[in-house]
Design a protein around this ligand. Structure first.
Ligand code: 4GX
Length: 245
């Protein structure tokens, strides 16, 4: 994954990109992330990136020209790049979009806005996608960019251990995870479910599937609308109903 970020606060990215999975993925050459200071693409001596809004009103608007100059410098060929802007007005980012972005051959360029807004011409002329990470208001596009980069990078083959390739293709994709336990077998009077200590892999698999379905139906029933249940799942769902009666 070739990925560039434009921001007026490049330092924000250093701590996150230099630890854990993203650091290892960079070292292995599986992802190639460069963060650029948008002010480097201004032409005035004050390195101005914002201005007053036409039509008046409160708040500042980010000027279009530094974004245009930066993209022209990073990749002047629209066919080889995919420019992503972040805003609550964008399409809500989800795991399906993460999977799709993880196979994107074009260079990903994230434009991080600050202040009240970005000049509309940036979105119209430069953006291929406008994404939101959720219905709340942040102070800039930096955290949403990191969220998306993180979710996409971990889906690139080799970034996580092989044990996770199972997760990506697995049939539990789209429902919640089952409960996990580690040692000790009893902690503060709370016991690990007996089946997990039994060594019976068939029973364990069945229990995990049932608890994953139980959690999903209780906490996120909306997820089940897009999810097709197998015949075994339907049996487990009936058991879940009976358990609660
Ligand atoms: N999911 N924000 C962007 C500045 C801004 C405003 C308008 C472009 C157009 C957000 C979110 C989010 C706040 C990031 C406003 N940029 N982005 N910023 N939620 O709240 O993605």
């Amino acid at each position: 994954m070739k990925c560039d970020v434009l921001t007026i606060f490049p330092e924000i990215f250093n701590a996150y990109l230099s630890e854990g999975m993203l650091k290892r993925a960079s070292q292995k050459g599986l992802i190639d992330i460069h963060v650029h200071n948008l002010r480097d693409y201004t032409k005035d001596k004050h390195r101005t990136v914002d201005d007053y809004p036409y039509g008046g009103g409160s708040g500042m608007v980010m000027k279009p020209d530094p974004f245009f100059a930066a993209i022209e410098a990073l990749n002047p060929e629209p066919l080889n790049r995919r420019v992503i802007t972040l805003s609550p007005a964008g399409k809500q980012f989800n795991q399906e979009m993460a999977l799709e972005l993880s196979t994107e051959p074009r260079q990903l360029i994230f434009l991080c806005g600050r202040y009240e807004a970005v000049d509309e011409r940036v979105r119209i002329a430069l953006a291929d996608d406008e994404l939101s990470i959720g219905d709340y208001v942040l102070t800039g596009g930096e955290l949403p960019s990191l969220v998306i980069i993180d979710a996409v990078a971990r889906l690139i083959p080799g970034v996580l251990g092989d044990e996770h390739s199972a997760e990506i293709e697995s049939f539990s994709w789209g429902i919640l995870d089952y409960p996990h336990y580690t040692r000790p077998p009893e902690f503060e009077g709370l016991k690990v479910p007996e089946v997990l200590l039994s060594g019976n892999h068939k029973d364990i698999e069945r229990w995990r599937r049932k608890e994953a379905l139980r959690r999903t139906v209780l906490r996120r029933p909306d997820l089940l609308e897009k999810f097709s249940l197998t015949e075994e799942d339907k049996k487990l769902m009936n058991e879940i109903k009976e358990d609660s009666q």
